[in-house]
Design a binder for this molecule. Sequence first.
Ligand code: UDP
Ligand code: MG
Length: 168
Amino acid sequence: MSVEQTLVLIKPDGLKKSLTGNILTRLSETRLEIAGARIVRVTRELAEEHYVALKDQPFFQGLIAYIMGELHERRKVMALVYHGEDAIKKVREICGATNPEEADPLTIRGGYGRITTSGIYENAIHASANLEEAEREIKLWFYPDELVYHIYSVQETELKDVKRLVWA
Ligand code: UDP
Ligand code: MG
């Protein structure tokens, strides 16, 4: 066992059904620590990059619409990084199987997921499946300074001509 980090997304159905608190409570059973958290408006670009491995699947366009919040009038997800021993497996176990009908009813997906009439698995939560996916996904959703613990190397760099919003 080693210290790992894993990306969790509370998907738009989870937010719309007001399940954030319940899902975070379930995840706290893992005794892992939260290393970062943010509410993110998911652009098409981010959605497609996140699910790039599934781009040839017949449900891909539906999945992109789902994760962007187009099916739930909630154009946002909650992104979290969980940190600790064996984090990837511990979080996946409590999420349950991808198909909410097959997921153990005591898991998050078993309790809160559903299959839409168009066949999309609305399963309330995403969790990285393995070490490689976790690293790719964490680096996609977070900058290093948004995490309080680092397990991947970081470097300091000076950015020139970077525009950002500041308080007016
Ligand atoms: N998905 C779906 N139908 C499928 C397979 C997957 O709607 O037949 C959706 C579901 O929301 C799932 C996501 O696509 O969580 C990503 O699929 P993946 O196979 O990576 O499952 P996960 O890693 O989320 O368990
Ligand atoms: Mg997956």
